[in-house]
Design a protein around this ligand. Structure first.
Ligand SMILES: [Zn+2]
Length: 176
């Protein structure tokens, strides 16, 4: 599993954003929800690593200051509570069981250590059909999927499948 993001905000900073109604509304508006077992892709800005970027806070006086945060780290804490450092003093990483960096289905998230992540990545990057084998890399893959969803006028699931297949070396050109 790739999907590495180390939280740089303190738990108290996260708490402020997680309690800001405008930030929570903005977050939910950017998640493309599907069935419980499927990947829920991010519709907002995408980082260099393929993760979603969420603007937290507000520009108007009275609310928390504006800052851009990793949307899946926000979402994880929204669904499961604030991340705190473990016995080793490190804040856990949020990892994606599905290897889709821009996925926001809470059931696809888990925590782990840097070492867990590195070991898994080496194994899983060799699996045929894994998102990790996408020739475009995680950021361009996430952008392609996002743009396909936003542009789709009919069958969104099919648009997603097409966007995915275009980056997959083994199956390109065979399924459609
Ligand atoms: Zn997923």
């Amino acid at each position: 599993m790739r999907a590495v993001y180390r939280s740089r905000l303190r738990p108290s900073d996260w708490a402020v954003l997680l309690e800001d109604p405008a930030t929570v509304v903005r977050y939910h508006a950017k998640v493309y929800r599907r069935g419980p077992g499927e990947c829920w892709y991010w519709l907002g800005a995408i980082s260099d690593t393929g993760h979603g970027k969420l603007r937290g806070g507000t520009r108007s006086p009275g609310g928390p200051a504006t800052r851009v945060v990793a949307s899946h780290v926000f979402g994880y804490q929204l669904s499961r509570g604030i991340l705190r450092s473990g016995d080793d003093g490190e804040v856990p990483l949020i990892r994606h069981r599905c290897d889709e960096a821009s996925c926001h289905n809470p059931s696809h998230w888990m925590t782990g250590s840097v070492q867990d992540n590195a070991l898994d990545y080496a194994e899983r990057a060799r699996l045929e059909g894994s998102p990790l084998t996408d020739r475009r890399g995680p950021a361009r893959r996430a952008v392609a999927i996002r743009d396909a969803i936003l542009a789709a006028s009919g069958d969104v699931d099919q648009a997603i499948r097409r966007a995915i297949e275009l980056g997959m070396p083994a199956v390109q050109g065979h399924l459609f």
